[in-house]
Every structure is written in C-alpha cells, then in structure tokens.
Write a protein that binds this ligand. Sequence first.
Ligand code: HEC
Length: 136
Amino acid sequence: MTAQKVCITLLMLAGAAPALAETPQQIQASYIAEAAHGFKPSAERGRELFVKQWGISERASACTSCHGKDMHAEGKHVKTGKSIEPLTPVVNAERFTDAKKVAKWFKRNCTEVVGRECTATEKADFIQFAIEGGKV
Ligand code: HEC
C-alpha cells in the first residue's frame, strides 16, 4: 500500500468508529462551562425541574409523565406506551455518556414539557439529580 492509501484507509476507519464514550460528569461540565462563573449544580433544583407540572403539554405535563417518579425504575412513554430505560446512571451505565444524544433529548423533551429549550444551568442541575440517583 502506498503512504497515500494508508492515510485514506485510516481516515475512513476514524470516520466509521463510534464516538468515544463520555462520562456524565464530562457532559455536565460542558453545560457548567456555559453557565455564569461560580455556578454550582444542584440536585434539588434538578428534582424540581423533573417533577414540576409545567402545564404546557396536555399529555406530557411533566418529565415524570414518561420517565416516572423514580429514575431507578423504567418509565413508560405517555403517548406510545413504550417502556423507557431508567434515567439514572446509577443503574443504567449508558445514561449521560453520549453528549449528542443528551443534547437531542433535552431539546426535544424540554420543548414539549417546558415550552422552551432548557438552559445550560437547568441541564447541569438535572444531570446532578440523575447522578445522585434521581429519587423524588
Ligand atoms: C413524551 C415522553 C417524555 C417526556 C415527557 C420526557 N421524556 Fe426524556 N426521554 C423520552 C424518550 C423516549 C427518551 C429516549 C429514549 C431513551 O433514552 O430511553 C428520553 C431521553 C431523555 C434523555 C437522554 C438521557 C440519556 O443520556 O440517554 C434526557 C436527558 C431526558 N430524556 C430528559 C428529559 C427531561 C429533562 C424531561 C422533562 C423536561 C423529559 N425528559 C421528559 C421521553 C420523554
């Protein structure tokens, strides 16, 4: 193989490789970096966001409408009835390890439930609550 071919092959391999897994703390850190200096995430504020009845969406009035009140347990999608894996990384090692997935679902779910995108501080608080076990 010529050097050029090796190079192209390596580039292709890099493109096909799955994104490196992140930790919940790393993903949370990127949201903290967006917040004002001195901001400290709070599990209590995260809990409030999780249980609050926002009253924007008729069927999904709260995060708990689909995720249930205990992040250790499976949730149930309020519209499709499909089960949703537990949201806390304490029992579900896949949670908060893929920044793109986290961003996508924060966007979709906050827009539906809260009526707007969640702020960076709300997301950092929510992740704190999840890391600490997410029990209401
Ligand atoms: C209408 C149902 C529904 C509601 C209400 C809902 N979610 Fe979700 N959520 C889902 C589904 C479906 C997924 C993706 C499936 C999965 O990851 O198991 C998901 C995934 C997530 C994830 C991805 C976590 C990860 O790393 O895998 C986050 C974060 C999240 N939701 C936050 C929220 C927050 C915050 C609220 C309230 C503002 C909320 N959700 C309300 C259905 C819902």
